[in-house]
Design a protein around this ligand. Structure first.
Ligand code: F42
Length: 328
């Protein structure tokens, strides 16, 4: 099995800390580093540049940028620059953007499927060295061209959860970034992906962006993940909560606590069932078991996302020594 293992960093911590962890992950043999993109955190391309200059082997890219905040022509240039500073290790993750964040920026979330589709096409053509004339509904390009070419062909991954976005990603993406930790979600997604991808399926990297928490003591792992799961539950639709058999009353209570900034109460209200449904949490053995279930469903890359562990360096060691070797 040729499964890849990546890390997702949220640049809410100083860039020097993200770089220190990335350097360590590179030495430990992780395959990929993905950096999330939200305006309120450290800038994604600044972070990726710093990581690129301090690592040797990992592939790296945003997971995910979006075409609403950043013009896709600018994105092509940014990712080509990352490819240059990393000697050909760039990967691009792009998605529709986060509705709540876009609202804060007063950006209208119009026709997300079209926006992603057109952006991917224009970015690909620019990265190939074309001068692009494009008159889309969302993207317009009047002869834009990059003045340099990235050292390698940069794969484009698409962030997708909904059936239509999964279909689009399976049709045009080199990979699909799915924000979920539960085998049920992959059973659902893989049906759509296989149908839409057809013969391309073998060429698509299906990435599980998990909420991950590891510790030798399962109680500690659970304690560390509670606040992350609280945010997932608070942000989930009723349909998603129902499909995971989550008590809607309790979910509403958590949403209320979060909206009032009562994070301790929100964490305390998270049940072990919620942790099970929305994260991979536990001892190394338990994590191996849960990862195996995702791989059986067709996932080809596991991404370890927040919180990973209280001491992230120790958590990386634990993953590298007791989880990844199980699958190599
Ligand atoms: N978002 C961020 O802003 N920053 C991040 O760092 C980030 C990371 C990330 C990692 C993995 C991942 O999977 C998602 C991530 N996201 C991040 C979220 C991402 O930006 C998107 O919000 C998310 O992936 C979108 O999820 P989705 O697949 O559910 O797509 C949305 C747009 C949706 O509603 N899709 C529906 C579907 O069925 O797929 C279809 C919607 C639809 O039909 N729209 C119509 C259209 O034409 O586009 C019309 C809608 C209209 O009224 O305009």
């Amino acid at each position: 099995m040729n499964v890849k293992f990546g890390l997702e960093f949220l640049p809410s911590i100083p860039t020097s800390d993200t770089v220190m962890l990335s350097k360590y992950a590179d030495e430990l043999g992780f395959d990929a580093i993905w950096v999330t993109d939200h305006y309120n955190n450290r800038n994604v391309y600044v972070t990726l540049t710093a990581i690129a200059l301090n690592t040797k082997k990992v592939i790296l890219g945003p997971s995910v940028t979006n075409p609403y905040v950043v013009n896709p022509i600018w994105t092509a240039s940014a990712i080509a620059s990352i490819d240059e500073v990393s000697n050909g290790r760039a990967i691009l993750g792009i998605g529709a953007g986060d509705k709540a964040t876009l609202e804060k920026m007063n950006i209208e979330w119009k026709a997300p499927l079209r926006a992603v589709k057109e952006s991917v096409e224009v970015i690909r053509r620019l990265l190939k060295g074309e001068m692009v004339y494009f008159d889309g509904e969302f993207v317009k390009s009047r002869g834009a061209a990059l003045s340099y070419k990235p050292p390698h062909e940069i794969p484009i991954y698409i962030g997708a959860q909904g059936p239509k976005m999964l279909t689009l990603a399976s049709t045009i993406g080199d990979g699909i970034l799915i924000n979920a930790s539960n085998p049920k979600d992959y059973e659902y997604a893989m049906k759509i992906i296989k149908k839409a991808a057809g013969d391309r399926i073998g060429n698509i990297d299906v990435v599980a962006c998990t909420s991950f928490s590891i510790d030798r003591d399962v109680n500690v792992a659970q304690k560390n993940v509670r606040i992350v799961v609280a945010f997932i539950v608070a942000g989930a639709s009723e349909e998603v909560l129902k499909s995971h058999n989550i008590d809607l009353e309790r979910a509403n209570m958590i949403r209320e606590y979060i909206s009032k900034g009562k994070f301790k109460d929100a964490s305390a209200a998270v049940t072990n069932e919620m942790i099970d449904e929305f994260s991979i949490t536990g001892t190394p053995e338990q994590c191996v078991e849960k990862i195996s279930e995702l791989l059986k469903r067709g996932v080809t890359q596991i991404v370890f996302g927040s919180p990973i562990g209280k001491d992230k360096k120790l958590a990386l060691e634990l993953i590298a020594s007791e989880v990844i070797p199980h699958f190599k």
